[in-house]
Design a protein around this ligand. Sequence first.
Ligand code: ADP
Ligand code: MG
Length: 246
Amino acid sequence: MTTGIHISIKNKTYTTADSRQYIAIANFKLSLPNDNFICLVGPSGCGKTTLLNIIANLDIDYQGEISLIEQHSPPKIGYIFQNPRLLPWHTVRENIELVINSHQAPEIIDSLLESMQLTEHQHNYPEHLSLGMSRRVSIIRAFAVNPDILLMDEPFVSLDAPTARQVRSLLLKLWRQRPHTILFVTHDLREAIALADRLIFLSASPMSVISEIDVTIPREDRNNDQAIESFRQQLLNDYPTIKTLL
Ligand code: ADP
Ligand code: MG
């Protein structure tokens, strides 16, 4: 088998509160290369979070198969949820130490704190952090385990535009230091274009892949709003259905 992520979900149902079976995903197939930054874009409720939970092995109640072919077997998976999920009774540093043995590697935590510009806040408790800072802590926590695959579920929703831009560029900086696969769910097409090697557009339920598009803007131009905007306009002209997914 070739390397990469191979997803084949025959059927994933939820039992609803009134005991009905709700089909969340059916006959969904997708293959992705390793070490790419991939953005998944699709309407609310199409099954993106369900898909990430299945890939992360948090949800095993489905029919189908996920093959994650990496150098490390099984691959290490990091997961950044939409809500940062920090433990309120631990400081920033302690929240990171929960996933990594700091006696072995205090300098790894130091360098991650520095690259996310959180060194000065490492002894603060989550209630004293802004949302942007909390998001940065959750990114550090995911990177600290050195994941082969990093799953990110709309991680920058409700950040103001300058903060989102700053966190995106810090994320890309960390990603460049060590190549690995990122699956990043977003509703924001500009954000997706700024980050991704490849965009995967997903339809409303039943979820299927509508198109896969490689972002050809060079990495050094991803901070250029003009370049992002003209790629976006071209995309919407070439694929009008994408408008209905956002
Ligand atoms: P997305 O992340 O794309 O917005 P989700 O994966 O969260 O979509 O959900 C897909 C569908 O499954 C939605 O219709 C949602 O209401 C339903 N769903 C998600 N979780 C549950 C659950 N625990 N019980 C019942 N239905 C659920
Ligand atoms: Mg979701």
